[in-house]
Design a binder for this molecule. Sequence first.
Ligand code: PLP
Length: 451
Amino acid sequence: MSEVKIMLPEKELPEAWYNIQADMEVLPPPPLHPGTKEPIGPEMLAPIFPMELIKQEVSRERWIPIPDEVRDILRLWRPSPLCRARRLEKALDTPARIYYKYEGASPAGSHKPNTAVAQAYYNKEEGTRRITTETGAGQWGSALAMACNFFGIECKVYMVKVSYHQKPYRRTLMHLWGASVVASPSEDTAAGRGILAADPDSPGSLGVAISEAVEDAVGREDSKYSLGSVLNHVLLHQTVVGLEAKKQLEIAGDYPNVVIGCVGGGSNFAGLAFPFLKDKMTDGKAMRVIAVEPTACPTLTRGLYRYDFGDVAQMTPLLMMFTLGHDFMPSAIHAGGLRYHGMAPLISSLCDQKQIEARAYTQNPVFAAAALFARTEGIVPAPETSHAIKAVIDEAERCKREGKSETILFNFSGHGHFDLSAYDGYLAGKLEDYEYPEERVRESLARLEGL
Ligand SMILES: *Cc1c(COP(=O)(O)O)cnc(C)c1O
């Protein structure tokens, strides 16, 4: 019987990130200036990002070296384990082989530190003393707080107000790692004050919190802004996940027929999938790659592929992406990390080119999948990750029906230890299966037509 856990020695930590822009036949169209609607140059992004990250954003080099200082910190938890989910396979009585890359082993409990550390490093190198950001449920805020703490950079987090009150423990983590956290919309920015004036009880959204964090960074000489997903350089930093997984599968003598990840802004999915998509695009390897999202925020499955803002206040550049409209207000589903209105331009383009597939699920089947995983493999998955697990189970059941022993690989993006109240709700039968109403999608998109 082969191994359950395939570990790589520390020296196998990747030395370079894989840049998919080197191998894509069609690249996403460039970002546009929010005012002039002309393609933007690097100088426009310079007030909010360090130059090295801006260069990575537009680079077409296939391999970008990972600085030693970044590798030294990644080594605290990387290479992460690749696990064979034998007990889940058995419970499903499937001929499929199921592997997961376990990103829950990072100090913050998710894949997000992989980019947080790199971003804090480049900021430090270029003299940034303070970084602002937004966070939804708190996973990104806590990852960046930890990274800033390692490099002695001040960190200010605008946390979506509902989560600020519902997820106090992630807030504690951020405080412990030295960040300051404010509920968004806040009184600290013009964008926040504007929203509060119109609706003092606004629960906030990622789009609002981004507006606040960007405004804050632009307004201060010592500050830059950092984003935890969506942008090309963020997806790039996550490719350590797929690069390690490839080596680990090689040790196991296996290769995936299906690669699966959940998608919020798209970074964990990209991190696992891009190094495999390279084989599909350059060596003609046959493989299905599936992005999984909630029906409550169905960006890839029901959004439009077009230019849109990244935030509510229309301060960010316009990105060509699948979008539900920048004024999208998500319902309070528990997968807080999957509630962004847009999708990474690289993933949007790959989806438009039919290189990847997308599907959406409602909450209860997703939590049922998570419960099965916890009962067979032991680990409690984050609600975001559980979307991927639901798709994995569906694919494993298809393999059973079709009598196929396919290899299924997915990204276990994070553990659910801070999401136990969501599990309480599930166990008590109190979760609602919510689909974002078709007419709200149409209204939001109709407003976009006017841009
Ligand atoms: C933030 C988060 C996600 C979604 O973000 P992506 O950029 O799409 O990866 C998924 N899973 C976990 C555990 C997260 O914290």
